[in-house]
Design a protein around this ligand. Structure first.
Ligand code: PLP
Ligand code: COI
Length: 341
């Protein structure tokens, strides 16, 4: 199979229209059979629930070309489970895990020419999503839905690549206590757009969102969880009911504990204690593990000792193991890697 003629090293984190996507429709209480289509545009009624009341949940995962030339995905069953949880909270019927995995497999196989080659730093990003399609004018859930999955080749999420990021403490909140912060609903991302534009206009890479109730605890950014390293080399993971349970974060916790023998603590983390950490990073499918060099809190600079040139040594070890598993150079725990081709 001949690969598409793209400049893989420089594609950035952008949408490319690939050849096939998966679509399945839910109607009269049942899911119809899913199929691949070449049509990327969607026609909807003007009053479709997604357009008026934002009933939508989504996922993000990647397909990787391994060192020995296979195409694999990383823990897609976890994405299927999280989508089911998000859908439940948003009053939507979720595709079964079997249907979700079938959609992943079919889309990756059909777009194999778009999977970036090993060693380019690029991967195939997969975006499963589920939304309400029938007209709803009173505020209530839809009764008809589409589950879709498209893919696009992507490079690093942050423009500087592996350069440490500078974040600002946001004056806006991303998620309310007892709200939707723990589910992957597009409405959470809509909430973050104004904060994102303001932060970028002021020269920051991302926002650090605080908990909305006390505005003292570290939550997450618009698209990734935090991970911190203490001066004693322990990993600290912020815990909160209003952040997304990142699959990357849950995986790196296991890697740090079981492969590196590190102590990992998951607990609420206050903004006040950031100056005492040695390293900080963002973790997620898109972010992978991206180092944070500096957090600016209304003019007060918190600079991590790992500096602004490269990732700190502990996070680097975790990064090497995790990406090694995804690229097939490090053996992963049983069940983490799904070989597609
Ligand atoms: N937090 C938010 C808000 C996200 O959008 C994402 C991305 O999916 C994550 C965290 C990281 O989650 P995961 O590692 O499952 O991709
Ligand atoms: C992901 O990492 O998959 C996300 O959904 C984050 C998004 C900001 C691209």
């Amino acid at each position: 199979m001949e690969k598409k003629n793209l400049d893989w090293e420089h594609i950035g984190f952008n949408y490319h229209k690939t050849d096939y996507r998966y679509v399945a429709e839910y109607k009269d209480g049942v899911w119809g059979e899913g199929k691949l289509t070449g049509e990327a545009d969607i026609v909807l009624n003007e009053c479709a629930n997604i357009l008026q009341y934002s009933q939508q949940v989504f996922e993000g995962l990647k397909a990787y070309t391994t060192a020995d030339g296979h195409i694999v995905t990383f823990r897609p069953d976890q994405n299927a489970k999280r989508m089911a949880g998000s859908a439940r909270f948003m009053e939507m019927p979720a595709p079964s895990e079997e249907m979700f995995l079938e959609a992943v497999d079919q889309v990756v196989r059909a777009n194999a020419a778009w999977v970036p080659p090993y060693g380019t730093g690029a991967t195939l990003y997969l975006r499963p999503y589920l939304f309400g399609t029938n007209p709803v004018i009173g505020v209530k859930p839809a009764s008809e839905f589409q589950f879709r999955l498209f893919c696009t080749p992507v490079g690093p999420y942050f423009r500087g690549g592996a350069k440490p990021l500078t974040l600002c403490v946001s004056d806006y909140d991303r998620a309310a206590p007892h709200g939707t912060g723990h589910v992957k609903a597009s409405l959470n991302y809509a909430m973050s757009l104004h904060a994102y534009v303001e932060a970028h206009a002021r020269g920051y890479d991302e926002n650090l969102f605080l908990d909305a109730a006390s505005r003292t605890m570290v939550e997450e950014t618009g698209g990734a969880n935090f991970v911190f390293v203490t001066k004693d080399g322990e990993l600290v993971i912020p815990q909160s009911d209003s952040i997304l349970p990142s699959i990357t974060r849950r995986s790196l916790v296991e890697v740090a504990r079981d492969y590196l023998g590190l102590t990992v603590t998951e607990r609420p983390v206050s903004l006040a204690e950031l100056p005492y950490f040695a390293e900080a990073g963002l973790c997620g499918t898109a972010a992978v593990i991206s180092p944070v060099g500096k957090v600016v809190d209304h003019g007060r600079e918190i600079c991590f000792p790992s500096g602004m040139e490269k990732m700190g040594p502990v996070l680097q070890q975790v990064y090497d193991l995790l990406t090694g598993m995804q690229m097939g150079t490090v053996e992963a725990p049983a069940g983490w890697i799904r070989t597609i081709l």
